[in-house]
Every structure is written in structure tokens, then in C-alpha cells.
Design a protein around this ligand. Structure first.
Ligand code: 5GP
Length: 127
């Protein structure tokens, strides 16, 4: 595993407070904020505070405390957005893009939580 983390990526700047964000939740190891260009009525990005490029990097290199915090933060956000199907919500889609084929634009791990309408097909059907 050879990930080079770019400290100048936009989410690193948000974490350092160099550019603003519309914060949804902050925990010891995680931060969630609204996407600047929402693709659904509710579109929240959840990032770890640590220097992780994408999900598999985080899953293999992060501490147990970071992984638990991040996972719990996602659960809290789903509850606070009112989208949890287990609590009468209409559901959501969670996406984690990685690398070139995953079409990841910002090289700091983030999951997208999209909700507020039917999000449609999982992926475009093309070979
Ligand atoms: P990716 O394609 O890397 O999975 O998604 C990156 C996401 O970050 C996009 O949905 C984009 O709209 C969002 N984004 C890019 N720059 C900013 C920013 O400065 N602030 C916020 N809140 N979101 C951003």
C-alpha cells in the first residue's frame, strides 16, 4: 500500500480551517459537511480527520478508534438527517469513490450521503 497524501487537497484545507464549510457534525476523528454542489436535496460528505486518501487506505491503516468514530459518525448523520429506513426515513445512498476508475476528485477519503429523492440506478450501464 503506497498512498501519497496531498496536504493541499481541498478537504485538508477545510480541516485546517483555511476554507469554510457548512458543518453537519464534528467528532474527535471525523467531520461532516454539506457538499458545495449537491446532487440531491440532502448531500453530506463525511471525512476522517486523518490523512487517508480513500476508503481502502483508511480501512487498512487507520486505528480502531478512528474507524469506530467514523462509522458511528455516519450512523449519527443518517439519524439526524431523518433518512434511516429503520426509523421511518426514506433511505439514502452512500458512495465512496476511489482513484481513477472510481472517479474520485478530492484525494481525501470521503463518503457521500445522498438522500431526499430517489437516487436512481446504482451505476450507468455501459461496458
Ligand atoms: P468525489 O468525486 O471526489 O467523490 O467528490 C468530491 C465532492 O467534493 C464533490 O461532490 C464536490 O462537489 C465536493 N467539493 C469539492 N470542493 C468542495 C468544497 O470546497 N467544499 C465542499 N463542501 N464540497 C466540495
Amino acid at each position: 500500500m503506497d498512498y501519497q497524501y496531498d496536504d493541499q487537497n481541498i478537504f485538508a484545507k477545510i480541516l485546517r480551517g483555511e476554507i469554510p464549510c457548512a458543518k453537519v457534525l464534528e467528532t474527535e476523528h471525523s467531520l461532516a459537511f454539506n457538499d458545495i454542489a449537491p446532487k440531491a436535496p440532502q448531500h453530506v460528505l463525511v471525512i476522517p480527520k486523518g490523512r487517508y486518501v480513500c476508503y481502502d487506505h483508511f480501512a487498512r491503516a487507520a486505528s480502531d478508534a478512528e474507524i469506530v468514530d467514523y462509522t458511528r459518525a455516519i450512523g449519527t448523520i443518517c439519524a439526524e438527517l431523518g433518512v434511516s429506513p429503520g426509523e421511518g426515513g426514506n433511505g439514502y445512498r452512500m458512495i465512496a469513490n476511489a482513484g481513477n476508475d472510481g472517479v474520485q476528485e478530492v484525494p481525501h477519503l470521503h463518503v457521500h450521503i445522498l438522500a431526499g429523492r430517489n437516487i436512481g440506478p446504482m451505476v450507468l450501464m455501459r461496458s
